[in-house]
Design a protein around this ligand. Structure first.
Ligand SMILES: [Fe+2]
Ligand SMILES: [Fe+2]
Length: 388
């Protein structure tokens, strides 16, 4: 078990102990000692250990802790307004006790008249809504708002590695792919308003990496905009991240060709949806949504596009969302054969194609979302911190 998991388990046990035993009881004091000990341990490794609790997920320093997914305390803490918790090396036992007491009050685990009156202001433990900036002075009772200091570098590195694994014929690393999506989701909800962090392309050969991350972010944004539940949003995010996996099989000279593709090259290119679906299904049979989306993301609503379907049928909702986000990101990016289009032009084009290339409701939702959230679209380079 990792130190982070040990801390969380100890912490949950302590909250229960504090709810049961009065001040001074040895079980209560022992539980506080244990939490304090684990906090000191983590602070010996990291300057500012920090956890985020988002829905069902627990994230430590921007990396989701997979084994704690679904931990019921994550949702309880998040509902109690504690979406982020951090401390530093100077944390004291007294502050730890103060924090646990305050938490108990917020969770209403004891009647309000028995609340302990606390004079101290916790300075070395900070907690609140996601995400206040570390290093800021926290005033007593202040509502904490700001943004996690976060770049997309690690996510881009993971996607590059994931594509390399596949190119070398190894299995699709699903845990890492899901971690990337979770981290993107954290970045998108780093402030009280939605943020759409989109990577700018610096080098042509990085297109697939930036494109997959951007499509994942846009798809999750659109899914949320259209009112889908958190589970679907995340599953669509995974599908968005994986939609072009089949491109790992395409030779780079075809993928990055400047001129028009010849028939043979076009056939290779157009095989990437089926290839992607095959890669996904061959390693993970529980990823059928991602496989379907990989297969369908170039199929138009009027039956055009590729691969061509023998019998006309409706594509999966996830494919319709990814298709829209895919085209948007592609047109907004400089490619070897054309410059990026301005946002207005892309949205105009998409509106024109509503009902023929794109599902009308989905594309109109997307256009509306981009207009409303335009100020929240953050175009960033890989090492650039996301704005607050
Ligand atoms: Fe594609
Ligand atoms: Fe794509």
């Amino acid at each position: 078990m990792s130190k982070q998991t040990e801390f969380l388990n100890t912490f949950a046990q302590a909250v229960s102990a504090l709810a049961l035993y009065p001040d001074g009881h040895k079980s209560r004091e022992g539980a506080i000692d244990k939490v304090y000990g684990k906090m000191v341990d983590l602070a010996a490794e990291d300057d500012v250990p920090n956890f985020s609790f988002i829905g069902q997920d627990v994230v430590y320093s921007s990396i989701p802790i997979r084994e704690m997914r679904g931990w019921d305390w994550a949702a309880k803490l998040s509902d109690a307004g504690i979406q982020r918790l951090e401390w530093n090396k100077r944390v004291s036992r007294e502050e730890t006790e103060g924090f646990l007491d305050e938490l108990l009050d917020r969770l209403s685990l004891r009647p309000s008249d028995s609340r302990t009156a606390r004079q101290e202001v916790e300075r070395n433990i900070k907690y609140g809504e996601i995400g206040f900036k570390s290093g800021e002075k926290v005033e007593d009772g202040e509502v904490l708002t700001a943004t996690l200091d976060f770049t997309l570098h690690e996510e881009a590195e993971t996607v590059r590695w994931l594509h390399d694994e596949l190119s070398s014929g190894r299995d699709l690393p699903i845990i890492e792919a899901e971690s990337v999506v979770r981290a993107l989701s954290v970045a998108m909800h780093g402030d009280q308003q939605m943020l759409l962090p989109l990577l700018s392309l610096k080098e042509f050969d990085q297109y697939t990496t930036t494109h997959c991350l951007n499509v994942s972010v846009l798809t999750m944004g659109l899914a949320e905009w259209l009112g889908l539940g958190a589970k679907d949003v995340r599953a669509f995010g995974v599908a968005g991240l994986m939609h072009d996996l089949g491109k790992v099989k395409i030779p780079t000279e075809v993928l990055n060709k400047k001129g028009k593709l010849d028939d043979n090259e076009r056939a290779i290119m157009n095989a990437h949806p089926a290839e992607g679906a095959r890669i996904i299904l061959s390693t993970h049979d529980d990823l059928d949504l991602a496989a379907v989306v990989a297969y369908e993301h170039h199929i138009m609503i009027d039956g055009g596009g590729y691969p061509s379907l023998r019998y006309r049928r409706d594509c999966h909702q996830g494919s319709k969302l990814v298709h829209v986000c895919d085209v948007y990101d592609a047109l907004r990016t400089n490619r070897p054969y054309r410059d990026a289009w301005p946002m207005e032009k892309v949205l105009g084009y998409m509106q024109e194609k509503a009902g023929t290339e794109f599902d009308k409701e989905v594309v109109e939702g997307f256009i509306h979302m981009m207009k409303v959230w335009e100020p929240r679209v953050a175009q960033v380079a890989e090492h650039e911190p996301l704005p607050s």
